[in-house]
Design a protein around this ligand. Structure first.
Ligand SMILES: [Zn+2]
Length: 112
């Protein structure tokens, strides 16, 4: 697919550095879903995942961790434990329902 000529955004998008800094700050405070992060940081939800991947790598170097509370099916209670990807699953593999509670992300406090 050919990329359309980029349109001038009406609102300037925050710089990646700033976005990641803010994500770090809010996730150090409380666990949030990607949708909530998107609201806090004011970026599209689909962009949150890429930033989270980056934050996860950055944290690794500092000895802290991005902790993911796995998504869970609200119909049958199935927990998506083995899911390593950060994005939320679309459907439950057990009951086939799409009522999935989003995964929550938080930053583990430095235990030293
Ligand atoms: Zn289910």
């Amino acid at each position: 697919m050919k990329r359309a000529r980029p349109k001038k955004p009406s609102v300037p998008s925050p710089k990646d550095e700033t976005v990641r800094h803010t994500i770090l700050a809010v996730l150090s405070r409380e666990p949030l879903s990607a949708m909530e992060i998107s609201g806090e940081v004011r970026i599209p939800e689909r962009d949150v995942y890429a930033h989270l991947e980056h934050v996860r790598k950055t944290l690794h170097a500092t000895g802290r961790r991005l902790v993911v509370t796995p998504a869970q099916c609200l119909e049958c209670g199935f927990v998506f434990h083995k899911r390593d990807r950060l994005t939320k699953p679309g459907k439950c593999p057990v009951c086939g329902e799409g009522h999935i509670r989003e995964p929550l992300y938080c930053i583990e406090k430095d235990k030293r």
